[in-house]
Write a protein that binds this ligand. Structure first.
Ligand code: ADP
Ligand code: MG
Length: 256
């Protein structure tokens, strides 16, 4: 047909993205008598950007940590590309995670923070250096490779954290309120940068926030959470124009 075809189109034609790439099936978790979440059910497509949106305390962080394997589930299963990963240790799940407060190693330079996951995988030195450079370019921090975290701004620290998560080429990226500690201008800039990188990599992403605007700007779909349940799954317009139930309406800003 004489049309230009991108490498991604070729890959997609051979191996089309799955609409059930990340499957959450009947997930439940309690701490003692406190039920944190239950009946969590979702199919997430490859390359999709999903936001878990809900007020503080509704169970978002615990759900994310459970998917990452940092917290054990009481019930349910997590599958990636059909493989049941429910009982795999975190580092074998192919999942990268970014936290609100960066969690960088303060005594390591930026490049060493980013290289950490590669060291754990015993990637050899030259390949490590090459990959770290590549990822630092992606987050626009190549000029800061030799600095320590305390020499960076909050936004830059969060980009290091993002680079550190991406360096091992995860299949899934989880982000827990990565923008919440940043001031408004930086927050918007990093928000757009996260979205660009996610699109460029075609990376399946689960992003947690309590901020409706952030969810609206970023997401292919929003999962609205309330008291440990997903009330509604839909795109920003569906949630805004057709909220299901009183809580969804209230949280999306309809107070009638
Ligand atoms: P969110 O991220 O939406 O603010 P969390 O997942 O942090 O919600 O917390 C949900 C509920 O689970 C809260 O009531 C919280 O107090 C409780 N919780 C979270 N972690 C623990 C824990 N390790 N032990 C006991 N209760 C916890
Ligand atoms: Mg939280």
């Amino acid at each position: 047909r004489g049309e230009a075809t991108s490498a991604r189109d070729v890959v997609d034609a051979v191996n089309p993205p799955r609409s059930d790439y990340l499957q959450l099936e009947g997930l439940a978790k309690a701490f003692g008598a406190t039920r944190v979440f239950q009946d969590i059910q979702a199919d997430i497509a490859q390359g999709e950007f999903i936001t878990l949106l809900g007020p503080s305390g509704c169970g978002k962080s615990t759900l994310l940590r459970s998917i990452a394997g940092l917290t054990a589930l009481d019930r349910g299963s997590v599958r990636i590309a059909g493989e049941d990963i429910t009982h795999l240790p975190p580092r074998k799940r192919g999942i990268g995670m970014v936290f609100q407060h960066y969690a960088l190693f303060p005594n390591m330079r930026v490049a060493d923070n980013v290289a950490f996951g590669l060291r754990m995988q015993r990637v050899e030195r030259e390949a490590r250096r090459h990959r770290v450079e590549e990822v630092l370019r992606l987050v626009e921090l190549e000029a800061h490779a030799d600095k320590y975290p305390h020499q960076l701004s909050g936004g830059q620290c969060q980009r290091v954290a993002l680079a550190r998560a991406l360096v091992v080429e995860p299949q899934i990226l989880l982000m827990d309120e990565p923008l919440s500690a940043l001031d408004a201008r930086i927050r918007r800039h990093l928000r757009d940068q996260i979205r660009d990188i996610q699109k460029t990599l075609g990376l399946t992403t689960l992003f947690v926030t309590h901020d409706q605007e952030e969810a609206m700007m970023l997401s292919d779909r929003i999962f609205l959470m309330h008291q440990g349940r997903i009330l509604q799954q839909g795109d920003a317009e569906q949630l805004y124009t057709r909220p299901v139930g009183r809580h969804a309406a209230g949280f999306m800003g309809h107070y009638n």
